[in-house]
Design a protein around this ligand. Structure first.
Ligand code: HEC
Length: 141
């Protein structure tokens, strides 16, 4: 009787360990593939907005809430987008994702925040892209 109980206990412990190992393995595989597909995921997931205008701080909180549902906010925080059009297009694409739950006015506020933030944190890249966009339109004239 005692031996049977001991065996049952041993089996339960083995099972628990196996399930734990499988969960740990799957979790690692999933995050590794997401991180290599989206290197931006590895960067910081938040932004210091303490010096941003009040309205943009509010938009930032909306961004944190809405853009963290399916992936880390790091994916957007470290994205190579800086131009308002790039952000509008990106946000519009996310809005169309099934179950995104982002309406038009939320999308506008989030895109506004991301463009403003780019003008602060990614000013150099923004300047570069603006000037290459300007010379491209001159060339096409
Ligand atoms: C309903 C789920 C969902 C929500 C909500 C969501 N995303 Fe995404 N996002 C995805 C998926 C899935 C991918 C990867 C597949 C793809 O890019 O098509 C992705 C990829 C991205 C990428 C990398 C690809 C690219 O377009 O450069 C960025 C940046 C991004 N999301 C930003 C955002 C922002 C900003 C928000 C908030 C407005 C947001 N996401 C909200 C599902 C979502």
């Amino acid at each position: 009787m005692k031996l049977k109980m001991l065996l049952n206990l041993l089996m339960a412990a083995t099972l628990a360990f196996a399930v734990g190992a499988v969960i740990a393995y799957c979790g690692r595989a999933q995050s590794a593939s997401a991180a290599s597909l989206f290197p931006a995921d590895n960067g910081p997931a938040s932004i210091d907005v303490s010096k941003y205008p009040e309205a943009q701080q509010k938009n930032y909180r909306l961004f944190l809430k809405k853009c963290s549902m399916c992936h880390t906010t790091a994916r957007a925080v470290n994205a190579p987008y800086v131009l308002p059009k790039e952000w509008n297009d990106c946000v519009a694409r996310m809005v169309r994702m099934p179950g995104a739950g982002i309406n038009a006015s939320m999308a506008k506020r989030i895109a506004s925040f991301l463009a403003y933030d780019s003008s602060v944190r990614k000013a150099d890249l923004l300047k570069k892209k603006e000037s290459s966009a300007a010379s491209a339109s001159k060339a096409s004239r």
